[in-house]
Structures are given as structure tokens and as C-alpha cells.
Design a protein around this ligand. Structure first.
Ligand SMILES: [Zn+2]
Length: 257
């Protein structure tokens, strides 16, 4: 099995480095954050990883959509309405939403993420801040519609595409391992927002369990063929380190395989 793997950028948030590290940053300068969804394609399959936020949520949270998710997918020749499998790495607002775009999808989620997002931690503002209640309720509705596949720990989406619970950032955070022509690539998503978080071993400040976050870096690396096979969830450097799949998609999509 060899899949193509793409990062599709849909948004941007200008911020300073102090917002990206637990305890801040002594050299506090600009350190913007990009937003992505990821596409796994091959073997007759199209698997999406995360679904991004829509215009309403972007406005509410003062984030900038650089290209709406449905447009980014159309750029790649993907008809959102026919996508059958979507991995949701965790239920934060920037990773789940846009449910209306994906009527045919089954959502792959960790047991612990649903537990966390609907449980006692959400009574505390600091813990629920990155969740949108309508997204969480939307996922509950899909549970009742038979549209959620729950995983506990490790799970297989298709041969050569597996999910792995790491926790840390949220209770049910999972990473995705993909067989590609350059070997095993791991989409870390928010197990490591930036290269700097995992490389410099400096946790991101939105965190459920710091010990699990630290262990998650190690696990993501152990699942991948090398350091360069681990893809952080929000680092603009991903757009620089990898090539666009075509001239027309420069600055919009990069190829990770
Ligand atoms: Zn995120």
C-alpha cells in the first residue's frame, strides 16, 4: 500500500511565540499558526483527516480563512459530499466542524475524546475553551445516526492507514500513520503544533496532560520512519519544507509523501 498524502491549508492566525509554549517564550516574536486539513489518497480511497472550521467560527474566534475547506478539497478534485472516511484527530474547533459538507462520511474518533468533550472537564472554561459546543453536539448527533466509528488506542482505517491514541493536548488526541512511497509518515496534528514543540521538547500551552504530551512526541516519532516523517499540526514551515503538487496549488497545498 502506498498512499499520496497532502496538507491543504485553509487558515492562518497571526500571534506571538509566547502563545505557543507552556511558560511563554523569552524571545517573544511573531510565530503565526497555519490551519490544515489532510488528504490521504490511493488504493481507490480518499480519506480526510480533520474538517476545519467554517466562516462563522472563524469570525467568532477572529481567525482568518485563507481558502475555505470545501474549495481546498475541490482544488484537489475531491467532492466533499462523497467522502466516506474522516479521521477526527480531536474535537477542537479547528479540527472538527463543517459537518454539512460531509453527509456521506463516517467519522473516526477515539473513545476518550468523546468522553473528554462531554465530561466533567468541560465545566471549566480553560478546558473547554478550544471546543465549540455545536461541534461536539454535532458529533453526538452523528453517533446517534450511526456515523461514528470509535477507536480505543490503535485502530485501522484502511490497510496502511492507522490511528494511534496519544492524549496530551486533549484526553483523546490521536495521530495518523500513513504508508507512503517515502515510508511511514505520521500526521501528528496537535500532538505537536509546531516542529519546535517536539524538537525542543517545549509543550504547547493548551494541554490536558503534559506527561502524555511529552510521551506523544516519542510515540509519533517511533511510528514514523524518521524525524522528517512527522508532520506537525499547525507549523507554517510545512508549507516551506514540502513541494506543491502543481504550480497552480503553490501556497495552498503541499505534498507530504
Ligand atoms: Zn489545532
Amino acid at each position: 500500500m502506498k498512499y499520496e498524502l497532502f496538507a491543504i491549508k485553509y487558515g492562518r492566525h497571526e500571534r506571538n511565540a509566547s502563545a505557543n509554549f507552556l511558560g511563554g517564550d523569552p524571545h517573544d516574536g511573531p510565530m503565526p499558526l497555519d490551519y490544515f486539513v489532510w488528504l490521504i489518497r490511493g488504493e481507490g480511497r480518499e480519506i480526510l483527516v480533520d474538517t476545519g472550521f467554517n466562516v462563522a467560527v472563524a469570525a467568532k474566534r477572529q481567525r482568518r480563512i485563507t481558502r475555505p475547506v470545501e474549495v481546498g478539497l475541490a482544488d484537489m478534485g475531491v467532492a466533499a459530499g462523497t467522502v466516506k472516511d474522516i479521521v477526527i484527530t480531536h474535537l477542537h474547533y479547528d479540527h472538527v466542524g463543517n459537518f454539512d459538507l460531509f453527509p456521506a462520511a463516517t467519522f473516526h474518533l477515539q473513545d476518550l475524546e468523546m468522553q473528554y468533550a462531554t465530561g466533567r472537564c468541560m465545566t471549566v472554561d480553560a478546558m473547554r475553551h478550544a471546543y465549540e459546543v455545536e461541534d461536539v453536539v454535532g458529533m453526538v448527533r452523528r453517533v446517534y445516526a450511526g456515523r461514528v466509528a470509535f477507536h480505543h488506542g490503535d485502530g485501522e482505517i484502511a490497510p496502511g492507514v492507522t490511528v494511534h491514541h496519544v492524549g496530551g493536548h486533549t484526553m483523546g488526541m490521536q495521530v495518523v500513520r500513513v504508508a507512503t512511497r517515502r515510508g511511514w509518515v505520521v500526521l501528528a496534528s496537535d500532538a505537536s503544533h509546531f516542529y519546535a514543540n517536539m524538537e525542543q521538547k517545549r509543550p504547547f500551552p493548551i494541554v490536558y496532560n503534559v506527561g502524555d504530551m511529552v510521551e506523544g512526541w516519542r510515540k509519533a516519532r517511533s511510528l514514523a520512519d524518521s524525524d522528517a516523517h512527522v508532520i506537525p499540526g499547525h507549523d507554517p514551515m510545512v508549507m516551506e519544507r514540502y513541494p506543491a503538487p502543481s504550480k497552480a496549488l503553490e501556497g495552498l497545498v503541499v505534498r507530504l509523501d
